[in-house]
Design a protein around this ligand. Structure first.
Ligand code: NAD
Ligand code: TYD
Length: 335
């Protein structure tokens, strides 16, 4: 299969490309990415001379560029997005442009070129938060809380409309929070791990009582790959580790501190930095499990592997944490 991956220089996209190139020797991948602050070609350095891999710099809002990159591909996996909730609260414009308009452009290119399959990579955050013990489920109404999740819900609506109106060959995946190697250190886990490695405190929002269902990135990649090969066109699949017991942000922070051999004094409680903060995400992943998927690592194991990766790749995250990142950090954390 020849796959166009949008946003392949980001966290999940680069892990997905690695997953495909390592597991399917016959497949090839075109990585189409604008290289925003979150895009980093270093993530795929090892494939730079691999004939099965090519990179095209471009914007998903540019129809001609997307159509040009899509020539001859069998499938499009659309990851490209602005992905950080906190940034969407400061400024929403790019989220609407890339996540909403850009998704329509990709859908149009898929239809007009007659590409056989497209996956829209969405998020469980479209459901909004959900009270214990309930889990959100495919078919539930969307109730997004942040400009980020609203833009992803809008993108899904465009995909659902294209499926209904044009029989566009689209499938949707909605995963819970991912973690693992190459995650940009604005998201909680890489931020906290790298802060501790720099001997800095970790800013835990709003009491740390919130619940996220952490999914190791490679497990999300295997689920997306399964949908790509065996999913039913027009369907949406919720992907979750369904960690049992559920863990709060404070608990996951303590797990990281324990792995790093650091005390609770590294936690700095901060309040009010995320207005509209969702309390709990939980989704029912029985539909993807019925296709034969299950996560391969426990949270404890995945966190250990992730910490080891950041310990062994200091050059990567130190480069990422320099430059524009410093301005972002000062603005977000008011330091
Ligand atoms: P990321 O921010 O690490 O990477 C996004 C990538 O998209 C970057 O390489 C960036 O350069 C590229 N990009 C941004 N705007 C673009 C544009 N206009 N044109 C082309 N490329 C552009 O994001 P991520 O965490 O890897 O998330 C990937 C996808 O998965 C997103 O659609 C996100 O909504 C979804 N998702 C993420 C998570 C998570 O936990 N990270 C969970 C569920 C769903
Ligand atoms: P994040 O990693 O930004 O992912 P998302 O908002 O998409 O779930 O945040 C995960 C949780 O961690 C969320 O409840 C907010 C919290 N959080 C902190 O406590 N401190 C931080 O510095 C960040 C970035 C997030």
């Amino acid at each position: 299969m020849n796959i166009l991956v949008t946003g392949g220089a980001g966290f999940i996209g680069s892990n997905f490309i690695r997953y495909i190139l390592q597991n399917y020797l016959e497949d090839s991948v075109v990585n189409f990415d604008k290289l925003t602050y979150a895009g980093n070609l270093e993530n795929l350095q090892e494939f730079k001379d691999d004939k099965r891999y090519s990179f095209i710099k471009g914007d998903v809002c540019d129809y001609d560029a997307v159509a040009g990159a899509s020539q001859g591909v069998d499938a499009v996996v659309h990851f490209a997005a602005e992905s950080h909730v906190d940034r969407s609260i400061h400024a929403s414009h790019e989220f609407i442009r890339t996540n909403v308009f850009g998704t329509q452009v990709v859908i149009d290119a898929v239809r007009e070129l007659g590409i056989k399959k497209m996956i829209l990579v969405s998020t469980d955050e479209v459901y909004g938060d959900v009270e214990k013990p309930r889990k959100s489920k495919d078919g539930d109404p969307f109730k997004p809380s942040s400009p980020y999740s609203a833009s992803k819900a809008a993108a899904e609506s465009l995909a659902i409309a294209a499926i209904r109106t044009h029989e566009a060959p689209i499938m949707i995946t909605r995963s819970t929070n991912n973690y693992g190697p190459y995650q940009f250190p604005e998201k909680i886990l890489p931020l906290f791990i790298t802060n501790v490695l720099e001997d800095k405190k970790v800013p835990l929002y709003d009491g740390g009582t919130q619940i996220r269902d952490w999914l190791y990135v490679e497990d999300n990649c295997s689920a997306i790959d399964l949908v790509l090969r065996h999913g039913t066109l027009g369907e949406a699949y919720d992907i979750a580790a369904e960690n049992d017991p559920e863990v709060t942000n404070r608990e996951v922070t303590e797990m990281v501190l324990d792995i790093l051999g650091k005390g609770r004094d590294f936690i700095q409680d901060v309040w009010g930095l995320r207005p509209g903060h969702d309390q709990r995400y939980a989704v029912d992943s029985s539909k993807i499990r019925a296709l034969g998927w299950k996560p391969s690592v426990s949270l404890a194991e995945g966190l250990k592997q992730t910490v080891t990766w950041y310990q062994g790749n200091e050059g990567w995250w130190k480069r990422v944490k320099s430059g524009e990142y410093q301005e972002y950090y000062k603005k977000q954390y008011r330091v």
